[in-house]
Unconditional design. Sequence first.
Length: 102
Amino acid sequence: MSPEIIIFDNNGCVYRSFILNEGYTTFGRLPNSEICLDDPSVDVDNGFFSFRRGIFMIDASGSPQGVYKSGVLIKRCVLYSGDVLTIGSFEVKVIHGTFPNQ
């Protein structure tokens, strides 16, 4: 099953939802990011999601502001269903992530 995320704005409204394909998906404030989060609280080139061999990950190692997973600053980690990320003023909920046996 492909990873699925839902992005909420700072008012708790659905901003966008995505089903991600195998490979890399960039995110950030730049208009050419595959997931453009157009808000000054988001770094220009925030990072990327990757999906390979059933493993769904986030990499924000180049982000000065960082990404938070359940309130903890992360640079890179595996994402599972139910995980909640904070990217600037956006909340990202992982609907379908890595299966625990991967």
